[in-house]
Design a protein around this ligand. Structure first.
Ligand code: ATP
Length: 142
């Protein structure tokens, strides 16, 4: 079978479509580490962790925040279902900074093995990841 030229990227959450496009390359934060997908990739089903995903269309690269979920890869399609995700340009920086502050305050008060401390650590990871992606997703300042 001929190698497909592009990948159909379908990236959704239960709330909305994040990306629906023909792309050339996709990079994902897998549970077992980051991995890239090019057209013609072998079929694959993988769990995702909280992190950054990006995809390239021609010379343009776009980024998004992804909080877990699953991906199904076939040679000409990448289908991502994530419980929560945002395109880099849709990340509300003030909201992520407030979430980061709240999580840091909760962590400062919590004991090390506390259940709330674990939740705060997850919230902190989400906030820091959103802030990093948002910074990288913007054109550099001249
Ligand atoms: P917060 O404490 O600010 O609500 P959170 O990490 O608890 O943050 P989530 O449960 O991850 O929030 O997301 C709830 C909804 O709000 C999702 O639709 C998510 O896309 C959106 N969301 C959360 N934080 C942001 C943000 N900083 N910018 C844009 N959308 C966000």
């Amino acid at each position: 079978m001929a190698i497909p030229k592009h990948l159909q990227l379908e990236f959704v959450t239960p709330e909305r479509a994040i990306v629906h496009d023909h792309v050339d390359e996709v990079e994902l934060p897998g549970e077992e580490g980051d991995f890239g997908v090019l057209p013609g990739h072998a079929p694959l089903l993988a769990a995702l962790r909280t992190g950054e995903m990006w995809y390239r269309k021609g010379s343009e690269t776009r980024r998004a925040f992804i909080a877990g979920g699953f991906v199904e890869v076939v040679p000409d399609r990448v289908s991502i279902l994530a419980p929560v995700a945002e395109r880099a340009e849709d990340i509300d920086v003030a909201r992520a900074e407030a979430a980061k502050r709240r999580a840091e305050e909760r962590l400062a008060k919590a004991s090390v093995v506390d259940f709330d401390a674990e939740r705060a650590r997850i919230a902190l990871l989400r906030a820091i990841t959103r802030l990093q992606i948002s910074r990288q997703g913007r054109p550099p300042r001249g």
